[in-house]
Design a protein around this ligand. Structure first.
Ligand code: PLP
Length: 369
């Protein structure tokens, strides 16, 4: 019995009828770009995120780029974010010509440590870009307070946190804008690429809508130099079906996280830390162990797939050497990158499978002691 990190085939089997009908509807109507499904999905997703408006786009990376463009952030501007993220967060800042200013994480939550923001502020700082990594919300109280005090914009990278809550409120409803990815493996995933920006500012959303569709509102009247970054109608139809299950799926993952915690709580593993104000949606279940590579090997040899998100911190990536960071720049980020391991986490995972993973871990611990 092998256990994957995530099982999208099992998920499809469970909702096949509805998905197939949604796809057939789009194809039958030959309505492939924009249209009813896209508009309806945007409304439904905004409501889910407790935001007023949503514009969909081609992928999560574009969502970040479009949001930065609409906020007028570009050359000469600085945006504060973390090194411990998927590289897209930082690529987006670079693609609009702005400078990413990286900071270290809180070693417990593995998210941005807001107490490190102040020392990085300069007259060029325009925005803070918190990433709700692994489905765990950042400390939005501290981040929003700093942003208010220093008149900064806040762009949430919520690509891993559809539905997560901070203080009872959905992520995506705190910042000026929030960006989401619908990459297939995300909590809300399409059957291809997709992304969205939500905001309570209609002006920002309309500006993004314009940039994302060749800088136009009307067919041949282009008012900006834009790009082509639209959510396929097929993907919108699929996402509408899956959005209907998201709360249920996130709830099942929450109970999986509890089962992992009670099965592994008394071990040498460092388990994910959840702040009392945070409600995670468990995009990934990330544990830490000093002998991570040996543990990974043992689990894989027993058919358990695992992942490392992410093995090389962004500030040490070859593509980003020009930012001038070196080994030692962010000690907490570097330390967790060497010890983190993502265990299987998806709604279709069974209690028996979690118990099996826990048993294999126990035998690993016996081996090394
Ligand atoms: C997935 C992801 C992105 C990028 O999304 P794509 O849809 O793959 O372009 C950006 N930021 C984070 C934190 C992500 O996990």
């Amino acid at each position: 019995m092998s256990i994957p990190l995530i099982d999208l085939q099992k998920q499809y089997v469970a909702i096949k009828k509805e998905i197939d009908a949604a796809i057939a509807d789009v194809i039958t109507r030959a309505n492939f770009i924009q249209g009813d499904h896209v508009k309806a999905f945007e409304e439904e997703f905004a409501a889910y995120c407790e935001a007023d408006f949503c514009v969909s786009c081609g992928n999560g990376t574009d969502a970040l780029i479009l949001a930065l463009l609409a906020l007028g952030i570009g050359p000469g501007d600085e945006v504060i974010t973390v090194s411990h993220t998927f590289i897209a967060t930082i690529e987006a800042i670079l693609h609009v010509g702005a400078t990413p200013i990286l900071i270290d994480i809180d070693p417990h939550t593995m998210n941005m440590d807001p107490s490190l923001i102040k020392e990085k502020l300069s007259e060029k700082t325009r925005a803070i870009l918190p990433v709700h990594l692994y489905g765990q919300p950042c400390d939005m109280d501290a981040i929003m307070a700093l942003a208010k005090e220093h008149n900064l914009r806040v762009i949430e990278d919520a690509s891993q946190a559809h539905g997560a809550k901070w203080g009872g409120r959905r992520v995506g409803s705190f910042g000026d804008v929030a960006c989401f990815s619908f990459y297939p493996g995300k909590n809300l995933g399409a059957y291809g690429d997709g992304g969205a920006v939500v905001s309570s500012s209609e002006g920002l959303i309309e500006s993004i809508r314009c940039y994302a569709n060749h800088g136009r509102f009307e067919k041949y009247n282009h008012i900006k130099v834009g790009v082509n970054s639209r959510l396929d109608t097929l993907q919108a139809a699929i996402l509408r079906v899956k959005l209907g299950y998201l709360e249920e799926w996130n709830g099942i993952k929450r109970s999986h996280a509890e089962r992992y915690a009670s099965a592994l709580g008394k071990s040498d593993l460092i388990l994910p830390f959840v702040h009392t104000k945070a409600e995670s949606v468990w995009h990934l279940y990330v544990v830490q162990h000093a002998m991570r590579d040996a543990l990974k090997e043992m689990l894989e040899s027993e058919g358990i797939s695992t992942g490392v998100h992410y093995p090389i911190p962004c500030h040490l990536q070859q593509a980003l050497v020009h930012l001038g960071y070196t080994a030692g720049s962010f000690p907490r980020t570097e330390e967790v990158c060497a010890s983190i391991l993502s265990l299987p986490m998806y709604p279709e995972l069974t209690d028996a499978e979690i118990d099996k993973i826990a048993r294999i871990y126990e035998s690993f611990e016996r081996c090394i002691h």
